[in-house]
Design a protein. Structure first.
Length: 204
């Protein structure tokens, strides 16, 4: 047998993949998933679920999820396996690779949604406001009026993303999900809005 594991196997020898499964078991799981995709075979799905659900949960815990969150994501992953089984291509990946890739992507999505930046106690926005001189208030009101006037000249879609970003505090990704548009579209609208505002406001 060659060192790369591609040589002939001896009697009773089983070549294992990175998922720890023998070739026969990997092939069986592929057959089961194909059955789920083709005829929604509940028996085939049940066998896949019983094997993979606890392993997906353990994998998510190793990635840092707590038990409850890992259980929740694992259930979601297995529901996705049922709903999107037809997307599995046995010529491209094993069932294990396909399922654990789904689990990893779900964990990343959850992490991004729940990740909150640490609050800096010296952040100007959370510090008490200093006493404002009368002339400063007048100047601030004048700037505010000019900003509002500049805003009214923007297209409605650009005004919308600015309001969501700066008045509701949504991230670019959250705005994309709210408006059901690509993330790149959100960034482009904000960039164009800033450019137009800069032209209208000059050095303000």
């Amino acid at each position: 047998m060659r060192s790369d594991g591609t040589g002939p196997k001896g009697p009773g020898e089983t070549r294992l993949s990175g998922d720890g499964l023998g070739e026969a078991q990997r092939s069986r799981f592929s057959d089961l998933l194909v059955q789920v995709a083709a005829v929604r075979d509940r028996g085939a799905y049940s066998e896949l679920f019983l094997y993979y659900a606890p392993r997906v949960k353990s994998y998510l815990i190793r990635l840092g999820a707590d038990g409850a969150l890992a259980e929740e994501i694992a259930q979601d992953v297995m529901v996705t396996v049922w709903r999107k089984a037809e997307l599995f291509d046995r010529s491209q990946a094993s069932v294990s690779t396909w399922i654990f890739r789904i689990a990893r992507n779900r964990r990343i999505d959850v992490f991004r949604r729940t990740k909150k930046p640490a609050l800096d106690p010296q952040e100007p926005m959370v510090l008490p406001a200093a006493a404002e001189a009368p002339e400063a208030r007048v100047e601030a009101r004048d700037v505010e009026l000019r900003v509002r006037e500049a805003l009214t000249g923007l297209p409605a879609d650009q005004i919308e993303v600015l309001q969501l970003a700066f008045y509701e505090g949504l991230s670019h990704r959250e705005i994309a999900e709210r408006l059901d548009v690509p993330l790149g579209t959100v960034k482009s609208r904000i960039r164009l809005a800033f450019l137009k505002m800069k032209v209208r406001l000059g050095d303000e």
